[in-house]
Write a protein that binds this ligand. Sequence first.
Ligand SMILES: [Ca+2]
Ligand SMILES: [Ca+2]
Length: 354
Amino acid sequence: MNKNFLQLLFAVVSIAVCLAGRVPVTSRKAEGHHVKARVSVDPLSSRSLLDNDFESGFEEPWYDSSPSTVHWVVEDFYTPFEVSYAAPKPSAGTKYLRAVRNDQLVSGLLILRTLTFTALPGDEIAFNFWIRSKYTGGNTLELVMAIGETEQTLVSLTSYSTSVNLEWRPMIAPIPVSEPVDLTLIFYAFCGGNAEDAIALDDIVLLSPNAPTTEPTTTTTQTTTTPLSLSPTTATSTPTTPPVEVCGGNYNDPSGIISSPNYPQPYGFDEYCQYIIQVEEDKRVELDFLYFNTEGGADYVTVYDGLTTTSPVLLRASGFNSDIITTTTNKCLVVHSSDSQNSFTGWQATYRSS
Ligand SMILES: [Ca+2]
Ligand SMILES: [Ca+2]
């Protein structure tokens, strides 16, 4: 048996284990050597092992290496471990990965990592997350990429840790490599000791829009059918090419709906959209945000009391917002702006003349 055959065998076995989910949760912690063995799957094959919606009941190919009493455990929405503060219902399926504490709710650090895989230029990692804490910022959640010993934070979601965060939120983070690089993705989290404190992950998917053009000639495994079949469906929702016509516009009806580009799919990167709303002369514009979910501190909605960006600012919001805005005249400018990374669902608002 040559080396390639052994690697292929490892990949096939790993996939079989992942799909069939035959590693019992209770025994897995004791099988550290087994986990390490699977890390030796060749990194290109590992790409196809990253996706997990946790519906199988198993966290592999993501590995819990939390050092404390808090661990990542696959939870079913209908049978939560901490009954008094259940997770929000996932949009699809019923299972997800959740930070589970012991009976005394002792706080602790959580680590969740992939095996080493080859990231290609254009790769993005998409996932859904829920983070909540009694005190704002009390829990932390960061996604980090590690190349050898060097770690780089891809996204920090700690600002979403509030007592009122009761929903799953989608996240897409670009993996910033300019050439194929072997790396590991790691979620670092801290879950506090309050009853409300919670962190959960679901629907982790490696998006690889450029995969067909950068396929190395040495790849012999055909395990790539999984990502290839995913690509066409996810390509329509990637935020890099939002329809141009929904980036801003003129709104002159007495009432209407405006939303971020591509809503309810994630908005794009580096966007700047102007929504110009004008109602009858003697009326005012009332703007009511029905949904709001942008990257905190990075992707903003700004509402001006007039038609230019020099007009008084009525609202400048990122992250959450539920304010109802009323202008002093019949004119209003709404600006949506996003930066070059981390795309969220966006926002939707109704306006009416009042
Ligand atoms: Ca799920
Ligand atoms: Ca952003």
